[in-house]
Every structure is written in C-alpha cells, then in structure tokens.
Design a protein around this ligand. Sequence first.
Ligand SMILES: NC(=O)c1ccc[n+]([C@@H]2O[C@H](COP(=O)([O-])OP(=O)(O)OC[C@H]3O[C@@H](n4cnc5c(N)ncnc54)[C@H](OP(=O)(O)O)[C@@H]3O)[C@@H](O)[C@H]2O)c1
Length: 252
Amino acid sequence: MDLDLAGRTALVTAASGGIGRGVAEALATAGVRVAISSRTRALLEEVAETLAASAGGRPKIVVGDVCAEGGPAAIAAEAASALGGRVDILVNNAGGARPITGEVDESYWEMSFTLNFMAARRLAERVIPAMKAARWGRIINISGALVAPKLNAAAPAKAALASWSRTLSIELGGFGITVNTIAPGRIDTAQIRKLHPTEQSRADFIKQNIPAGYFGEPCDIGHLVAFLASPLARYINGAAIPVDGGAVRRAL
Ligand SMILES: NC(=O)c1ccc[n+]([C@@H]2O[C@H](COP(=O)([O-])OP(=O)(O)OC[C@H]3O[C@@H](n4cnc5c(N)ncnc54)[C@H](OP(=O)(O)O)[C@@H]3O)[C@@H](O)[C@H]2O)c1
C-alpha cells in the first residue's frame, strides 16, 4: 500500500533505540524525512546510518533531553530547521516507568510527569502553530498502561497524556490535524528487558497475559504510526489504539 507520505517530515523523540527506532524506520521507509532525537548522539548516528539508504533519506539528528528546562523548545526548533522549516508529524515517544522500590520523594513523581506528559505537551505546543498554518498535521502520542497493577508514577502520567491527547484532537480536528494515542503492550525493548530479565520471567508473563504468545517488536508500533501519519488515516482522530497482542488490557 502506498501511504502517500513521500516528502512529509517527522520528529520522533526517544528514537535512539526501542520503539522510537522502529517508528523512525517505518516512517523513513515510507519516504518521510525524519528527525530522530534523544540524549545520545552516538546512538542516533548509528540509527541514522542504518536508515541512510531509506526512501526518506538519512535521518537528521537532534540531540536533546525532553526533560531538561527548555529541552522540548530547543528540540522542536532544531528539528524544524533541519527538516526545511516544518514538522508535519510529531511522534511523542519519550517515556518510561521506574518501579517504586521503598520510599520515593516528590521528585520521583515530578520526573515521571515531566517525561511522560509535560514533554509531549511542550513539544506539541511548539509544532502546532505551523501545522495549523499548513492545515495539515499529525501528532501521535505513545502511551502505555493507564492503570498499573502496582503503584508507579508512569501510569497516571500516561493517563494524563491520553486525556490531553483526546481533548487536543477535538481542538485541532478542524485544522486537518489529527491527534491519536497508541498504547503498546509488551514490546521487546531495553526497558522491557529490565522488567523481565530472564527467559523464564518472560515466558511466565506471556503465558498469563498475552494471547498472541510473544512480545511485540518495535516495528509493530512503527507500522501503525506510519499508517496514522498518512493521509489515508485522515478520519481517525482522538483514538487510543492498543497494540498488545490481545493482552488483558489496562490501557483503556
Ligand atoms: N516497550 C514497551 O513494552 C512499552 C510498553 C508501554 C509503553 N511503552 C512506551 O513506549 C515508549 C518507548 O519505550 P521503549 O520501551 O522503546 O523505551 P526504551 O527501550 O527504554 O528506549 C528509551 C529511549 O528513550 C530515550 N530517552 C530516555 N530518556 C530520554 C529523555 N529524557 N529525553 C530524550 N530521550 C530519552 C533513550 O535514548 P537516550 O538514552 O539516547 O536518550 C532511548 O532512545 C515510552 O514512552 C514507553 O513508556 C513501552
């Protein structure tokens, strides 16, 4: 299927590994000119090198921390400039969970909300004016479980992301901009390897929770992002789509 994405531009955060890398690959393969961002230049260079021959060309590298003060503004500005002036597609992928072990202080909660929600909002606010002017845009937010089985700060922050995303879709729908959320189940990345460090722990989790019988791969998220980013998905707005192998859902 031709996704009609050739020539579009995208900024993907946390694209030096895991899901973000899979998203960057799917978009670049579909002909999108991609800016990949994270904190580590060497890892981004590696990703850019592997995608150098893609239809979208070698991704632009934008080094930055989405949690730093002024980070999102600087990342958005550098990406727009590297992409010839505009970001058509924003993929807010940076995020993550840290389990609570023992006492945690305020900074634990604040950091999670900054990483999983505030950074996405700040980035979106930077790219929306140009999307409105162009009367075309795509914002795709990567959420996750909205209710965790054990207390952690990521699930409530992801719930904030999903709630904001839905309302934003209402506000922007009339401008040809869609805002959607993808809720990954277990996707095999470094973050998930830390959570399930042994073969046995992975097998046990899969048996209890994932009808498909395996962890997903970053490309499983990437393919949906590419479709949602495309003009073909113009009528999908404000959706929250689980990609989880049919897992028992805590995402909705
Ligand atoms: N994997 C899953 O099963 C799963 C499930 C539910 C939700 N999710 C969500 O999917 C997204 C991606 O998860 P993942 O599993 O691919 O994560 P991951 O494998 O842990 O990858 C983390 C990526 O985030 C970047 N990063 C971390 N902190 C950053 C910061 N402050 N600023 C910029 N970049 C930062 C890292 O790059 P640098 O170190 O180079 O900065 C790396 O590229 C997250 O939002 C996560 O919550 C994942």
